[in-house]
Write a protein that binds this ligand. Sequence first.
Ligand code: Q9C
Ligand code: ZN
Length: 321
Amino acid sequence: MKIFYDRRHLLYIPKKEMDNGKWVENADKPDRIEAIRESLERHFGFSFSEPRDYYSSYLYLVHDHDYVHWLKKKSEGVEPGEEYFPEVFGYDKVFDTGTPITRNSFFAALNAVSVSLNAVDEILTGETVVYALCRPPGHHASSSQAGGYCYFNNAAIAARYFQKYTHGYVAILDLDFHHGNGTQEIFYADSTVLYVSLHGDPKRFYPWMSGYDWEIGEEDGVGYNFNFPLPGETAGTDYLRTLEKALVEIENFDPDLLIVSLGFDTHKEDPIGYFSLEDKDYYLIGKALKDLDFSIVLIQEGGYNPGANMRASRNFFAGLL
Ligand code: Q9C
Ligand code: ZN
């Protein structure tokens, strides 16, 4: 399996976030990705390809010009080492209080997009499984707003980039603990991109605004959006049973490419996810995907406990490959 990884993510270090009225440490730290890299290097001997950089014009496959321009200007206005906390939505283009802007937010988020597009390029030249080990994550970012540590929607841009060259159908399977509100929004009226997500019930868990099972798409997209909200503490058996249902929808759709938004914040030891998956469950998740007959691009999303990420990723790839 080919893996793309860009070590410049180490330069992107958000410090704080506001959670329930309190300043807490920001969970999107570099070590969560380093843990995965080390684990895969050690246990499988994988090597990591340096991505080539893409121009920011690819962002417009998904994002509004106003939004891209706003993020670039805001990032440039922050002193190195400082971070800017967005004002209420309407003034700034961020929908929560957990997504600070640092001097290199724009640059780091664009690099994560580049990592993802390199992975799609490999698929276009005949690879069948490629992993984009990128940070910051993307699935909460909508066409015009940042949120949930996400600035640009890596998976959504990857899907549109694939379609630009193939006119093919894409399914996005979102396995992060949190609902990918951004990805859902971007493809909500689109029947060429299927969005399927398993996540914590939005009645209790972030991002609260979306992820209900009655959100099935609109206009042409009706029937091309599937949400599987699950209760807190969901463990392996229930999770895997639900995953099987989700995979049936993907098999019926029969995509030309499957993009997996891969979050390890479903692990029971994750500090901000509330499922109870154990190390061995990730082997079974990987195995469930192996049985599918599609080309797969895996794009890293959440996963905030480095130790748990090491074990989850090792088991996931043992099952997948
Ligand atoms: N009081 C991803 O996993 N914090 N983003 C919620 C609840 C935001 C996570 C705070 C969590 C976003 C890609
Ligand atoms: Zn998450």
